[in-house]
Design a protein around this ligand. Structure first.
Ligand code: ATP
Ligand code: MG
Length: 383
C-alpha cells in the first residue's frame, strides 16, 4: 500500500458533521449582513506581495513572519496567499472604481493564510467573514458595524460570552507625538525589552503595545497612552462613537493598550473577546482605516470594517449552543427489483414537495437499510 498523504500542517479539513455548524453560521451572518445593506465581494486568494507589505505594514507580525509568499516560477512575480481581506477589498474597489458610484458597504467570506504555530484557535489556513464600509467618515457606520456584531452574537446564541473593547488611535500627527513618548519610555527600559520589541523600538514602537509576551506586559501597562495625545477632532469622534453605543444599549470597555495587529488603522479600533477559548480569545477585530484607500493608490476615502475569525466563533457556538438538527426529513427504503424502480421517482416527488429525501442506495436487507435510515437522522422512513 502506498504511504498515505496528509493535509498540510495547520490546514484543516472541514468534515460534514462540522460543516453543518459552518453553514448555519454562514447563513445567519450572510442574511444579517444583507439586512444591513452590505453586498458580497469575492477577490482572489493570491495577490501581489507588495499589496500586503504596503497596507498591513512592514513591521507587523503578519508581514515580518506570517505570510505565505513565493515567487511564481513561470513569470517571476512575487505573490502572497492573502493573510486578510481588507487590503484585497480596497485594491478591488480602486481597480474597478466602485467609489465612483458613491460609498460602498461590502462583505466577504473565505480562507486566509498565516504561517503561525498551529494551536487551538490558531491555524495556518483559517476563515474570516468581514465587512468594509468605504467612503463613510463615521462614527455612525463604526457604531452600526458594532451593533451588527452584537446582533449577530445574539442570533448565534453567544452574546453572553463576548465583550467589547474599544480604543482610539487618533490621527497620524497624534500618533507621531505619542510615538516619541513611547520611544522615550521603552528606551529607558531597554534591558527589559525582548528581541521583537527591541527591533520595533526603531521600526514601529506602537507595535510593542501589541506584544503577546507576558514578560513585556508590565512595561506595556506603564507606557504613555495614545488617548492622552488625542486632539479635539479625534476626541470628538471617539466620544460620539461612545454615545451612539450607549444609546444602542451596547456595553463596552475602553482599553487604552488596544492597537490591533495591522498598521492601517486610525481613530476607532475594537476587539470582541471571550474568556471561554483560552489564549485565542479574540473572535473579531476591526476599526477605521481612513488612509488605506489613498495608500493603495486610490483617491482618498475614509473607511471602516471588521473581520471575525470563523473557527473561533464556531468554537464558541459549539460550547454554548446545541448542535443544529438533522437536515434529512425522509429516508427511502426499498427492496426487490420493482420497488427499487419506484424508489428514484418517489424520492424525486418528495423533493418536488420541498422535502429533504435520501434514497437508500447500494442494496442490503431491510434490517441494514433501516439502520441506515436511523443513522441518517431522518424523521421518517418511506418503505
Ligand atoms: P491574534 O491576536 O489572535 O493573532 P490578529 O490580531 O492577528 O489575532 P486579525 O488580523 O485582527 O487577528 O484577524 C481578525 C480575526 O481573525 C481575529 O480576531 C481572529 O478571530 C481571527 N484569526 C486571526 N489569525 C488567526 C489564525 N491564525 N487562526 C484562526 N483565526 C485567526
Ligand atoms: Mg495574529
Amino acid at each position: 500500500m502506498a504511504e498515505a498523504l496528509r493535509a498540510v500542517r495547520g490546514m484543516n479539513d472541514i468534515l460534514p458533521d462540522e460543516a453543518r455548524l459552518w453553514q448555519r453560521f454562514e447563513d445567519t451572518t450572510r442574511t444579517l449582513l444583507e439586512r444591513y445593506g452590505y453586498r458580497n465581494i469575492r477577490t482572489p486568494l493570491l495577490e501581489h506581495t507588495a499589496l500586503f507589505r504596503r497596507s498591513i505594514g512592514e513591521a507587523t507580525d503578519i508581514v515580518e513572519k506570517e505570510m505565505y509568499s513565493f515567487q511564481d516560477e513561470l513569470n517571476g512575480e512575487h505573490l502572497t496567499l492573502r493573510p486578510e481581506c481588507t487590503a484585497s477589498t480596497v485594491r478591488a474597489v480602486i481597480e474597478h472604481n466602485l467609489l465612483y458610484n458613491g460609498p460602498q458597504r461590502l462583505w466577504y467570506v473565505g480562507p486566509m493564510f498565516r504561517h503561525e504555530r498551529p494551536q487551538k484557535g490558531r491555524y495556518r489556513q483559517f476563515h474570516q467573514i468581514g465587512a468594509e464600509a468605504l467612503g463613510y467618515p463615521g462614527p455612525d457606520v463604526d457604531a452600526e458595524q458594532l451593533l451588527f456584531c452584537a446582533r449577530l452574537w445574539r442570533d448565534l446564541g453567544i452574546a453572553g460570552a463576548v465583550r467589547l473593547e474599544i480604543n482610539s488611535l487618533g490621527a497620524a500627527d497624534e500618533r507621531a507625538a505619542h510615538r516619541a513618548a513611547l520611544i522615550e519610555h521603552f528606551a529607558a527600559h531597554r534591558d527589559a525589552l525582548d528581541a521583537d520589541s527591541t527591533r520595533r523600538l526603531v521600526t514601529n514602537p506602537l507595535r510593542i503595545l501589541d506584544s503577546k509576551n507576558p514578560a513585556m506586559q508590565g512595561l506595556i501597562e506603564a507606557a504613555p497612552r495614545l488617548l492622552d495625545h488625542l486632539g479635539d477632532a479625534s476626541r470628538a469622534h471617539f466620544e460620539a462613537l461612545q454615545s451612539m453605543l450607549r444609546e444602542g444599549g451596547l456595553a463596552f470597555t475602553i482599553n487604552p493598550r488596544l492597537v490591533r495587529g495591522l498598521d492601517y488603522y486610525n481613530l476607532t479600533v475594537y476587539e470582541w473577546v471571550t474568556d471561554r477559548l483560552g489564549a485565542q480569545g479574540t473572535i473579531c477585530g476591526g476599526g477605521r482605516y481612513d488612509g488605506l484607500v489613498e495608500q493603495i493608490g486610490g483617491k482618498p476615502a475614509p473607511a471602516a470594517g471588521f473581520a471575525m475569525g470563523v473557527e473561533r466563533v464556531l468554537a464558541l457556538m459549539a460550547e454554548m449552543a446545541p448542535a443544529p438538527a438533522a437536515q434529512t426529513d425522509v429516508y427511502v427504503v426499498h427492496q426487490g427489483e420493482q420497488a427499487s424502480r419506484l424508489a428514484l421517482p418517489v424520492a424525486e416527488q418528495l423533493r418536488d414537495a420541498g422535502i429533504a429525501a435520501v434514497m437508500h442506495a447500494g442494496g442490503g436487507g431491510f434490517k441494514a437499510q433501516m439502520r441506515r435510515a436511523d443513522a441518517s437522522g431522518a424523521m421518517f422512513a418511506v418503505i
